[in-house]
Ligand binder design. Structure first.
Ligand code: NDP
Length: 325
């Protein structure tokens, strides 16, 4: 029995993605075999492909997120049963495949009201938005927050969720078209480009600046993000779409007003199963209530994952993207 998978044999551009036949894996103790109905595309897939994030062995199957049906379980599995509709996000990589084996304690049952494509699109980006606005910084009603890549996967969810909490959202995007999309999903103000970001934030907040910046862009926006913070503000640097942030001089945080800085990961916030389940349930609730809509704006066959990654890297996507096996 074999499975189709998108694997890389070397790091590089989208051309290194190969549509390979691999043996169908068997679940060991504590593991489940999932038949994917949909797979989520995420920016982190690109970091692994280019080698920014390390992969222990090549060839390797990319992908961190999927939704599907449990086909088999190994000894001792209690979290799921054969036939369950499930979804997951997070490591280890291996989601770009028709079938995969994964630790059963990383799976959550997908509510019947959520279809597979939505489930695959929302887990990684949605659980990230959850911990960012509920735990990294607990967003308050009436507070003004700054969200980079506001029309992207995580960005659109952050805008809607923060709006539901009652915050005022300033989004940053690269084009007028993306600005429209961000506004339609809760951004009260949108800044196009980051050339005059701090000045724009100063104008929009009447000089107060913001208590928190959610920055997934990294290298290009780190400095203007810090400059947009109020004294004692929190810089949340959670991604590197433009490249990793170079080492910084800590005294910069003092000079700019006793700022706080964090570089969080979803893995830390969902390491314990009870946290994973709580984060996922919080996400399912806001999606089921309609407060947060998951926008699957691009769908590609899994075999065309290279085209999907190319579009994401070239900033041609908005909202979420799924791959269908
Ligand atoms: P997005 O859909 O947000 O796509 C990335 C967006 O980043 C682009 O659409 C683009 O929006 C913006 N961008 C700015 N500069 C660049 C650049 N030089 N090259 C490419 N894109 C750029 O992706 P995701 O929703 O999948 O992920 C968003 C970010 O969140 C990523 O950085 C990802 O790594 C991070 N992340 C972090 C997690 C964590 O726990 N730490 C977990 C999940 C995601 P625009 O054109 O409007 O500028």
């Amino acid at each position: 029995m074999s499975t189709k998978a998108i694997r890389i044999h070397a790091h590089g551009g989208p051309e290194v993605l190969r549509w390979d036949d691999v043996p169908t894996p068997e679940p060991g103790p504590g593991e489940a075999l999932i038949h994917h109905e949909a797979i989520g595309l995420n920016y982190i897939d690109i970091y692994f492909r280019i080698g920014l994030y390390k992969i222990p062995h090549l060839p390797a199957t990319l992908g961190m997120e999927g939704a599907g049906v449990v086909r088999a379980i190994g000894a001792g599995v209690t979290e799921v049963s054969i036939g369950d509709r499930v979804a997951y996000a997070g490591g280890p990589i291996g989601a770009y495949a028709t079938e995969r084996v994964i630790a059963a304690d990383r799976l959550v049952k997908l509510p019947d009201s959520i279809d597979f494509a939505t489930g695959a699109a929302m887990m990684l980006q949605g659980m990230t938005a959850q911990y960012l606005i509920r735990r990294t910084h607990r967003v308050q009603p009436g507070e003004t927050i700054l969200v980079h890549a506001a029309a992207g996967g995580v960005g659109l969810i952050l805008c809607q969720w923060a709006k539901q909490i009652g915050a005022i959202v300033i989004g940053v995007v690269s084009t007028e078209e993306k600005a429209e999309i961000a506004r339609a999903h809760g951004a009260d103000h949108v800044v196009i480009g980051h050339a005059n970001l701090a000045a724009e934030v100063k104008r929009l907040t009447d000089g107060a600046m913001v208590p928190v910046v959610y920055d997934s862009v990294g290298k290009d926006t780190f400095a203007p993000s810090l400059d947009s913070l109020a004294p004692l503000g929190l810089m949340v640097s959670y991604g590197n779409a433009s490249g990793p942030v170079p080492p910084i001089d800590l005294s910069m945080l003092a000079a700019k007003g006793s700022l706080f800085l964090t570089r969080p990961t979803l893995a830390t916030y969902t390491a314990r199963r009870e946290d994973l389940v709580a984060v996922a349930n919080d996400l399912f609730d806001v999606v089921a209530s309609g407060a947060v809509k998951i926008r699957v704006n691009q769908t590609f066959p899994l075999a065309e994952a290279a085209a999907a990654q190319e579009a994401l890297e070239a900033r041609r996507t908005t909202g979420s993207t799924v791959l269908i096996p």
